[in-house]
Design a protein around this ligand. Structure first.
Ligand code: SAM
Length: 340
């Protein structure tokens, strides 16, 4: 198994399959990818090759993202190639193109899905995403459930002055659709945190989390990032629509909190490596300078062993972004610049 210089195992790969998107979310970090690149995106075959090497190194979970991954016509084929290699293949999408595709993706081997849904209020949704396709995204949520993707998580980036007051509404909606609500804190690289836009729109989710912890009938902690999940009863007088609710039954909703900013516990428990759409292994969303090119060597005929070496190199460059940090484990990893 791959371990980084801080002793963190690397078990997850987050793969951007496309740079282009069909929305313009006002907060989007674009998965750390620059707006333009001269480099070609990885083909289905190249993705398969890199993924096979990842699987041979003990990476067991794969998340596909973008851009908007559903814009890639060969996505069902990609999932079909990758699913047999990993115990867990999931997707994050804005859901707009999901209704006609969900069943096909499930059949290809997709297990679960995150659907970005910042609001179910049409005006807020349009402002936040730059598109008026809320109805299609909601239909995407329903199609995912019908196809048997499980869980279906709704990603809500909480933005003050936009959807900050709509958490209760999203809790009710998630319960009514049998989905898990994932509340995500607005994140940005350190240099932008003091900027005017970020300061105005960032909502510290610790108060929200304290309130959820107080109301929860059950709390669990995920290994990834030590994210907490709370099963929370809906407020009296707010029935969960068709009555599916969370696992605890009708009248509850499951809420996961993603709170990375200034959170060293989040980074200490990060097991993730990234692959950009143009074929760079990226150790951390906000440490863009440390990427390791894998597309170039792959296209020049590198062996699987050489590609595995590039994984080891990228992993050796992993360092927690938010520290209060775990000690470096002597002898593990070789630091920036020491790679092939
Ligand atoms: N287009 C796909 C989608 O909408 O899910 C995949 C790409 S999108 C960048 C992946 C996830 O990143 C979305 O759930 C989005 O909400 C989240 N995200 C983007 N920018 C963010 C930011 N600045 N802070 C927190 N989460 C962010």
């Amino acid at each position: 198994m791959l371990r980084d210089p801080c002793g963190r195992p690397v078990t997850n790969l987050r793969v951007s399959v496309i740079r282009e998107c069909n929305q313009r979310c006002l907060y989007c970090h674009r998965e750390g990818e620059p707006a333009r690149t001269e480099r070609e995106r990885l083909s289905r075959e190249e993705l398969g090759r890199v993924a096979r090497v990842a699987a041979s190194l003990g990476i067991g979970k794969l998340k596909l993202t973008g851009g908007e991954p559903l814009l890639r016509r060969d996505l069902p084929g990609i999932i079909g190639d990758l699913a047999p290699l990993f115990g867990d293949v999931s997707l994050t999408t804005n859901g707009i193109l999901l209704p006609p595709l969900a069943a096909r993706l499930k059949e290809a081997g997709l297990g679960r899905v995150n659907i970005s849904l910042d609001s179910v209020d049409p005006a807020t949704y349009a402002r936040m995403t730059g598109s008026d396709r809320l109805a299609e995204a909601v239909e995407g949520v329903r199609a995912a459930r019908r196809a048997g993707l499980s869980p279906v998580k709704l990603n809500m980036v909480v933005i003050r002055g936009e959807n900050g007051s709509q958490i209760p509404q999203m809790m009710r909606f998630s319960a009514s659709e049998g989905a898990v609500l994932q509340l995500i804190e607005l994140e940005a690289p350190k240099g932008r945190l003091s900027g005017e836009w970020y300061s105005e729109h960032h909502t510290d989710l610790s108060d929200v989390e304290r309130e959820l912890a107080r109301r929860a009938v059950r709390t669990t902690t995920r290994r990834m990032h030590h994210r907490r999940k709370y099963v929370v009863p809906l407020r009296p007088g707010s029935p969960p629509g068709p009555g599916r609710g969370g696992k605890e039954g009708a009248g509850t909703v499951e809420i996961e909190i993603v709170r990375p900013v200034h959170n060293s516990e989040f980074c200490q428990n990060c097991n993730r490596l990234r692959l950009s759409s143009d074929g760079r292994l990226v150790p951390c969303l906000f440490r863009g300078d440390r990427g390791v090119d894998i597309a170039g060597p792959l296209r020049r005929g590198a062996t699987d062993g050489e590609l595995a070496g590039l994984f080891a190199c990228a992993v050796s460059r992993r360092e927690p972004y938010w520290t209060g940090a775990p000690a470096r484990v002597p002898g593990r990893g070789r630091g920036l610049g020491a790679c092939p």
